[in-house]
Design a protein around this ligand. Structure first.
Ligand SMILES: Cc1cc2nc3c(=O)[nH]c(=O)nc-3n(C[C@H](O)[C@H](O)[C@H](O)COP(=O)(O)OP(=O)(O)OC[C@H]3O[C@@H](n4cnc5c(N)ncnc54)[C@H](O)[C@@H]3O)c2cc1C
Length: 472
């Protein structure tokens, strides 16, 4: 009986596979491969979903991450599922958008092939939207010992570590020096991420003050280090001053014109020679393109971003079919001195033009649209109920309401909008942060074995032969 069932199941599986393969052979729609399900990649796929094309969206993770709120996970306000969403759920009604979870490794532009750790994928058009990673500017010791702020894993690591440092400092056997080192938190980088992180840590400390009954909180020190003479370079000097003053009022020591040169995990060394004993350095001082971009066959800027033309095609590409958008692309408007910043509106606005240009090429048009960036202004929170907005100029609570409204609108899904809005209101009035849980403590040996499964798929050749990869 068991073997009859087995053969029936085998026959049905084969039949389904065969019909999908036939479907694909008959389907001669242009095949677009998009690498990265970030702001740029998701926006592009949503637009392509309405077109008569087949799309394969490749990402190493199965989720889209709302990076601007990572700092709220790292400081116990929000939980992971409020800022990360399963990519497949965006396209459940779009049969022409197929998700393929894999790590992209490089591009063979001569053969129109994307290399991944699960084999090769051939494309008619390729869009690189793989984003950026932390830039430690070649400081190996800092890279080895500081926390980055680009991934969900890093945000959780910071949350676990910061809360744990309070527990460790609370032990009666600590010397005063050890306690001070554990309670010194350094954030490097005066951009929006650094400002938001430093402000949020100071508020987390306010919550913990009420719960650690024996700990002397005069030992707590939060430092924000910035190499230039000002914070938030994209806003006006008066707003910068307001930001620094608000942070100082919250107990954050803002150190401008200060450069980090070394960090061994215990002591942070500044260019001036000053040494700061600390076991927590959060690095929010710069980004560079993800490593994969350098293997895509284009010319790259110093920060690894691939240069693109005004029509968003990769500069010097072998064929006119490789585009790049968002943080991994370096786009220079005519008279600009430096490429566009790595912010979400650049990625989403480029996605719109990229979609139009791909459709133009598919329809045989030679003349493509030129990308024009519309700057929508900048904003940053400086903690609970306080923010700065530069266009129109606002500060304080009104600016915070504007910040909250814009971020709620940009979050994916009604459920998340609802839970995040409730948590922000709850936090505003009570200061409560419910996510103060340490989840990284190792279980006793033998109770749980986590195996690292790393398969090698480099031998797999062309998984789709020019077609979408759904049936593989
Ligand atoms: C902490 C923080 C705060 C920020 N705050 C703001 C803000 O307030 N406002 C603002 O406008 N911007 C902000 N940004 C920047 C903004 O998040 C980025 O500009 C935006 O995410 C860029 O979108 P993207 O599509 O280019 O790349 P991303 O959103 O980074 O997406 C890239 C995707 O590519 C995938 N990927 C990478 N490498 C590979 C590979 N080899 N193979 C397969 N997949 C790969 C990644 O998994 C990811 O899903 C912030 C960023 C951070 C980190």
């Amino acid at each position: 009986m068991v073997s009859v069932c087995y053969y029936v199941k085998l026959f049905l599986n084969r039949a389904i596979l065969y019909s999908l393969e036939v479907d694909n052979m008959l389907n001669n729609k242009p095949h677009i491969v998009v690498v990265g399900s970030g702001f740029g990649g998701i926006k592009l796929c949503k637009l392509l979903a309405k077109e008569d094309v087949e799309v394969t969206l490749v990402d190493r993770h199965n989720f889209h991450l709302f990076q601007p709120l990572l700092y709220q996970v790292s400081t116990s306000v929000l939980s992971v599922d409020e800022i990360a969403y399963p990519t497949r759920s965006f396209f459940r009604d779009n049969k022409n958008i197929n998700f393929f979870m894999a790590k992209a490794k490089g591009v063979d532009q001569e053969r129109n092939i994307l290399h991944t750790n699960h084999g090769e994928i051939s494309y008619d058009y390729l869009v690189l939207a793989a984003g950026a990673t932390t830039n430690f500017f070649g400081m190996k010791s800092v890279e080895d010992n500081a926390y980055g702020m680009k991934t969900i894993q890093e945000a959780l690591a910071i949350r676990n570590h910061v809360i744990h440092e309070f527990e460790r400092a609370d032990k009666p056997y600590r010397t005063p020096e050890e306690r001070k080192q554990k309670l010194t938190f350094v954030v490097v980088g005066g951009g929006p991420t650094g400002i938001e992180e430093a402000g949020a840590i100071s508020e987390l400390v306010d919550t913990l003050k009420k719960e650690f009954h024996h700990l002397d909180f005069s030992n707590v020190s939060i430092k924000l280090i910035e190499a230039t003479g000002h914070v938030l370079p994209m806003i006006t000097p008066d707003l910068q001053e307001y930001t620094v003053k608000t942070l100082r009022d919250k107990g954050v020591e803002v150190m401008l014109n200060t450069q980090v040169v070394d960090y061994d995990g215990k002591v942070l060394t500044l260019k001036s020679g000053e040494k700061i004993p600390t076991s927590t350095v959060i690095w929010a001082a710069g980004v560079r393109a993800v490593d994969f971009i350098k293997d895509c066959g284009g010319e790259c800027a110093r920060d690894g971003r691939i240069w693109i033309e005004e029509d968003l095609l990769v500069k010097g590409a072998v064929n006119r079919n490789v585009f790049a958008i968002g943080d991994c692309a370096a786009f220079m408007h005519g008279d600009m001195q430096r490429p566009l910043p790595t912010v979400a509106p650049v990625a989403t606005q480029e996605a719109v033009v990229c979609c139009k240009n791909i459709m133009k090429l598919i329809h045989g048009e030679k003349e493509l649209l030129k990308f024009e960036y519309k700057d929508l202004g900048a904003m940053a929170t400086i903690g609970r109920g306080k923010a700065v907005v530069n266009s129109p100029k606002m500060t304080g609570f009104i600016a915070w309401c504007a910040w909250m409204f814009v971020h709620l609108l940009r979050l994916a899904g009604a459920h998340t909008n609802f839970t995040v809005a409730i948590k922000w209101m709850w936090n505003l009035f009570s200061g409560i942060r419910l996510g103060r849980v340490i989840t990284s403590i190792k279980l006793d040996s033998g109770k749980l074995t986590i195996k690292k499964v790393e398969e090698d798929f480099s031998h797999v050749k062309n998984v789709n032969e020019g077609k979408p990869v759904i049936w593989k």
